[in-house]
Design a protein around this ligand. Structure first.
Ligand code: NAP
Ligand code: GDD
Length: 343
């Protein structure tokens, strides 16, 4: 039985990847943070009581800021594959917390790579690199495009990207960079723009909210489905040689297009409900992301299965269900509405 170790297992991608790996028969170990509220919602459906002999998912407390413990964990688990997904992953927040973002998103990668090097375990390492690294570089962006990062988050990811390449060259570690463009799902964090829109639009549909405040409506992103993208992560670690790959759909849409489509699916006019709040603008913006995934198609034989419209339908169906439950609670006098979220 192959063993995998995931950082960021409680995040969007961590949950889909865990599903995939358990489905392939892996034993999965994940790093989780101690939190005063439960932070395992996205993986609770996969967890079995440890007394169950069939349990194959194991969680370990830790933090990407603590190297000694990462070393101990990697030494004792000795995983065949490491998927390093943990990060302060919010671009807007990285302007508010640049030092923390550099520590966790940048140095966090160094701590894992050093743990691999110092323990000497034989493993394969996946670095969650990002299309955000392309920043101001004109589209389409591919593996050959020069990075022009536009945020502390992007700068930290560029640092981590080069570390993965350097540890590959210097120490012969099987380290790969998956340069993933934006990918979304019903499990997407609620302060990322797609989910912020589908959550608010469905609440508006149920009469729980009137307005949605957004930032830059003109930004364009290449949005895919997280379930498809984690498959590409796994494929990268099944190759004979380590390499770096862009993972994208090859289509781009503006935030405005996304909002318009979501509201019209619900028979609502987005112009009546969406307002711009400068609070959500970034000091520097990435205007257009559009990936060229031809290398991944050719070498990994990977391509996305879920298209833009299907992604919206999937997110809307899940959020309508949540909004219906909220409405029931609200009518019974329990729920809070109109909660404006940060970022
Ligand atoms: P996410 O939902 O924000 O998940 C981030 C994960 O990192 C969570 O499990 C979080 O734990 C964990 N984490 C944060 N700080 C940590 C710390 N100090 N120590 C240990 N764990 C920590 O992100 P995602 O969308 O799944 O993305 C996964 C990775 O891919 C990230 O590295 C992200 O930057 C990168 N990426 C994402 C996209 C995208 O479009 N989704 C595209 C390109 C690259 P808690 O649950 O406790 O907060
Ligand atoms: N979050 C947010 N909230 N974004 C908004 C809003 C808003 O109210 N209004 C407009 N936007 C715009 C942002 O300015 C940005 O141009 C675009 O919507 C997408 O924002 P996010 O959904 O926050 O994602 P991101 O592109 O900044 O970052 C995500 O994708 C990266 C890959 O390119 C994150 O998942 C990163 O972790 C990931 O690396």
């Amino acid at each position: 039985m192959k063993k995998a170790f995931l950082t960021g297992i409680t995040g969007q991608d961590g949950s889909y990847l865990t599903e995939l790996l358990l489905g392939k028969g892996y034993e999965v170990h994940g790093l989780i943070r101690r939190s005063s509220t439960f932070n395992t919602d996205r993986i609770d459906h996969l967890y079995r009581d440890l007394h169950d002999p069939k349990a194959r998912l194991f969680l370990h407390y830790g933090d990407l800021s603590v190297s000694g413990q990462l070393m101990d964990l990697l030494h004792s688990i000795s995983p065949d594959e490491i998927y390093h997904l943990g990060a302060q992953s919010h671009v807007r927040v990285s302007f508010d917390m640049p030092e923390y973002t550099g520590d966790i998103t940048g140095l966090g990668t160094l701590r894992i790579l050093e743990a691999i090097r110092k323990t000497g375990i034989k493993t394969k390492f996946y670095q969650a690199s990002s299309s955000e690294m392309f920043g101001a570089a004109p589209p389409p962006q591919s593996e050959k495009t020069i990075f022009q990062p536009r945020s502390p988050y992007a700068a930290a990811k560029v640092y981590a990207y080069h570390l993965a390449q350097n540890y590959r060259d210097a120490y012969g570690i099987f380290a790969v960079n998956g340069i993933l463009f934006n990918h979304e799902s019903p499990r997407r964090g609620e302060t990322f723009v797609t989910r912020k829109i589908t959550r608010a639009a469905t609440q508006i549909k149920m009469g729980l909210k009137e307005k949605l405040y957004l930032g830059n409506l003109d930004a364009k992103r290449d949005w895919g489905y997280a379930g498809d993208f984690v498959e590409a992560m796994w494929l990268m670690l099944q190759q004979e040689k380590p390499d770096d790959f862009v993972i994208a759909t090859g289509e781009t849409h503006s935030v405005r297009d996304f909002a318009e489509k979501v509201f019209s699916r619900l028979d609502l006019d987005y112009q009546k409900h969406v307002a711009v709040d400068p609070r959500y603008f970034r000091p520097t913006e990435v205007d257009v992301l559009l990936g060229d995934p031809s290398k991944a198609k050719k070498i990994l034989q990977w391509q996305p299965k879920v298209n833009f419209d299907q992604l919206i339908d999937m997110m809307l169906a899940a959020d309508l269900e949540i909004a219906r439950k909220e409405k029931t609670l609200f009518d019974a006098g329990f729920a809070r509405t109109n909660s404006e979220r940060f970022s």
